[in-house]
Write a protein that binds this ligand. Structure first.
Ligand SMILES: Cc1cc2nc3c(=O)[nH]c(=O)nc-3n(C[C@H](O)[C@H](O)[C@H](O)COP(=O)(O)O)c2cc1C
Length: 499
C-alpha cells in the first residue's frame, strides 16, 4: 500500500530539486559571463549542496520503499499475531509507527542538506536563509550577497545595492551638553533610520564614522573609536542583521577640512595650507603613522566590536585620504607626496591586513570639486595610478565605490569616469556607482556593466526604495534638503513607506 501523500511529496521535492539545480547552473554561467566565476572551493561547496538536495529526494524514495516493505511485513506479523491471540491490533497504530519512521528519515535527509547549505554559505561567506531555501520559498540566488571578492554576484535588473548615507542631524548623543561635544554615540532613533531601510540581503553603508579624536572636526558626526560608540553601533548592526540586511561601516578622517570647533587637536592636513581662513599645518611622518593605525583600529572596532559586515574607507569628497591623493591639496615633496600615494596605500593595506580584502571597500570621487578639490588637474592623471594600485594589489576587494560626476557635468568627465570604472571591472572587482542616479540609469548601469548601484538622497526620502524599485511604485523625490543635516528625527525616520 503506497502512501499517495508521500508520492506527491516526492514528486514535489524532485521538481524543486531540479529547479534549484537549474538555477544554480544558470547562476554559475551568469557569474562566468560577468567574469566572476567561482573558484574550486566554491565549486566543491556547490556540488556538496547539490548532493545534499539530491539526498532529500533519494531519502524520500528510500523511505517510501522502506515504508512499503515495512508495512507489508508489519501487517503480516500483525495478522499472524492476531490469529495466534485472537485479538485485533489496530493497523492504524502500525501505520502511524511507520509514518513516524518515515518522518524521521526525511528529517535526517533535510538535516544533511541543511548542513551542506551551511558549509556552502560559510565558504562563500554569504547570508543564506537555510529554512527558506529548503522550503523552496526563495532560491540561493535571492539570498546570496558576497561571493568572495564581490558584492552581489548576480547583477540583473534592480539587483543593486542601496546605500543609506545620512548624516545624523543631532544624531550623536551629546553627553556633555555643549556645542563642542564630540561624544559621537548615535542616538536611539538612528536604529530606526537604518532598520527602516533594511532589506533581506541588501547592503547598507553607514554614514562616515570618525576614527579617532584627532581625526575629528565635524559636528554631530558619529565615531567608531570609544567603547560607548562601538557598543551603540553594535545594537544598530544587530537590528539590521536581525532583518537579514548587511551593513558596512564607512570610516573617515577629516584632515584640512576639519572645523576646529569640533577638534581637540591642531588642524592638520597633507601640507601647510590655509583653508576657509584657517591655518592648516602639515602632518609630520609620525602623525601619518598614527593616522594609519587609527584607520586600522577603527576597522577592527567596526568588525569585531560592532559586528559590521565590512568597512568602507572614505577616500572621497575632499577628506584626508582624498587630500593626500590629489596634487591640488598635497604639495609635499617627501615620501608622502601625491605621486607616491603612500598614505592611501598604507591605510588600505593596514585595513586589509586587519579585516581582509573581501570585507574592505574603497570610496573615491575623482571628479568632485567639493571642498576645494580637483583644481585644474586631470582626474584620470590623478586617480588612474590609485585605481590600478588597488585592483592589482587586492584582487578580493569587496568593491570600489565611485562618486560619479554630478548630473550636467561634461561628456568628457563621464567618459573618463567610465574609463576608471572599467579598470576596476576588468580586474573582476565590483564597481559601485553613485550620484544623481535615477532608477532607470541605475538599472541600465547594473544590466549593461554589471555594476552595483548606491543611492543617497532617494534612499533618505524613500525608506522602502528597494521595494519601490522592484514593484515600479512611484518614488518620493520630494526630499527636504533643509533637514539633511538639520536637527532632529525629522527628515530622518519619518519619510513614508509606499505601502
Ligand atoms: C544627508 C547626506 C549625508 C551624506 N553623508 C555622506 C557620508 O557620510 N559619506 C559619504 O561618503 N557620502 C555622504 N553623502 C554623499 C552621498 O553618499 C552621495 O554621494 C550623494 O548624496 C550623491 O548621491 P545621490 O544622488 O544618490 O544622493 C551624504 C549625502 C547626503 C545627502
Amino acid at each position: 500500500m503506497i502512501n499517495t501523500g508521500k508520492q506527491a511529496q516526492l514528486a514535489q521535492l524532485k521538481d524543486s530539486n531540479a529547479q534549484l539545480l537549474k538555477r544554480l547552473t544558470a547562476r554559475e554561467s551568469r557569474l562566468n559571463r560577468i567574469g566572476m566565476g567561482i573558484d574550486a572551493a566554491s565549486q566543491e561547496a556547490f556540488e556538496a549542496f547539490a548532493d545534499g538536495i539530491n539526498g532529500i529526494a533519494q531519502g524520500v524514495e528510500k523511505t517510501l520503499r522502506n515504508e512499503r516493505d515495512a508495512e507489508a511485513e508489519k501487517l503480516t506479523n500483525e495478522a499472524t499475531a492476531a490469529r495466534r491471540s485472537s485479538t485485533h491490533t489496530s493497523s492504524d497504530t502500525a501505520i502511524a509507527d511507520i509514518m513516524q519512521d518515515v518522518k524521521g528519515c526525511i528529517e535526517e535527509q533535510y538535516l544533511a542538506a541543511e548542513k551542506n547549505l551551511q558549509v556552502l554559505a560559510s565558504i562563500l561567506g554569504f547570508f543564506v536563509d537555510v529554512d527558506a531555501v529548503l522550503a523552496g520559498c526563495i532560491s540561493v540566488k535571492d539570498t546570496q550577497i558576497f561571493i568572495r571578492r564581490s558584492i552581489l554576484a548576480e547583477l540583473s535588473a534592480f539587483d543593486c545595492i542601496f546605500a543609506a548615507y545620512n548624516k545624523i542631524p543631532n544624531g550623536s548623543q551629546i553627553a556633555v551638553q555643549t556645542a563642542h561635544s564630540r561624544n559621537g554615540v548615535p542616538r536611539d532613533y538612528v536604529e530606526d533610520h537604518y532598520t527602516q531601510r533594511t532589506t533581506k540581503g541588501g547592503l547598507l553603508i553607514s554614514e562616515a564614522c570618525i576614527i579617532h579624536d584627532e581625526a575629528h572636526g565635524m559636528d554631530h558626526a558619529p565615531g567608531i573609536y570609544t567603547d560607548e560608540q562601538i557598543s551603540k553601533w553594535k545594537t544598530i548592526v544587530d537590528a539590521v542583521h536581525a532583518r537579514g540586511g548587511l551593513f558596512f561601516n564607512q570610516i573617515i578622517a577629516l584632515g584640512r577640512v576639519a572645523d576646529p570647533n569640533f577638534l581637540d587637536a591642531q588642524l592638520k592636513g597633507p601640507s601647510n595650507d590655509v583653508y576657509r581662513d584657517r591655518e592648516v599645518k602639515e602632518m609630520s611622518v609620525d602623525d601619518i603613522h598614527r593616522f594609519v593605525q587609527h584607520f586600522k583600529q577603527a576597522a577592527v572596532n567596526a568588525m569585531h566590536g560592532a559586528s559590521f559586515d565590512g568597512v568602507e574607507i572614505h577616500g572621497a569628497n575632499g577628506y584626508l585620504i582624498d587630500q593626500f591623493i590629489q596634487k591640488q591639496t598635497n604639495k609635499r615633496t617627501d615620501e608622502y607626496s601625491a605621486e607616491t600615494l603612500k598614505l592611501p596605500k598604507e591605510i588600505l593595506d593596514a585595513v586589509v591586513q586587519a579585516i581582509g580584502a573581501s570585507k574592505t571597500g574603497v570610496r573615491m570621487s575623482p571628479f568632485s570639486a567639493w571642498q576645494g578639490m580637483r583644481g585644474d588637474y586631470d582626474p584620470v592623471d590623478q586617480f588612474e595610478p590609485w585605481v590600478r594600485h588597488i585592483v592589482s594589489t587586492y584582487k578580493d576587494l569587496a568593491y570600489v565605490h565611485f562618486v560619479d560626476p554630478l548630473a550636467g557635468s561634461s561628456q568628457e568627465d563621464f567618459r573618463k569616469s567610465d574609463y576608471l570604472k572599467k579598470i576596476v571591472r576588468d580586474a573582476g572587482i565590483t564597481v559601485v556607482s553613485n550620484s544623481d542616479l535615477t532608477l532607470e540609469m541605475a538599472n541600465e548601469r547594473a544590466s549593461k556593466y554589471g555594476e552595483a548601484v548606491a543611492f543617497g538622497k532617494l534612499f533618505i526620502s524613500n525608506p522602502d526604495l528597494p521595494a519601490r524599485a522592484r514593484n515600479g511604485w512611484p518614488l518620493n523625490e520630494d526630499y527636504d534638503r533643509t533637514s539633511f543635516y538639520g536637527g532632529t528625527e525629522k527628515g530622518y525616520t519619518d519619510y513614508p513607506f509606499y505601502k
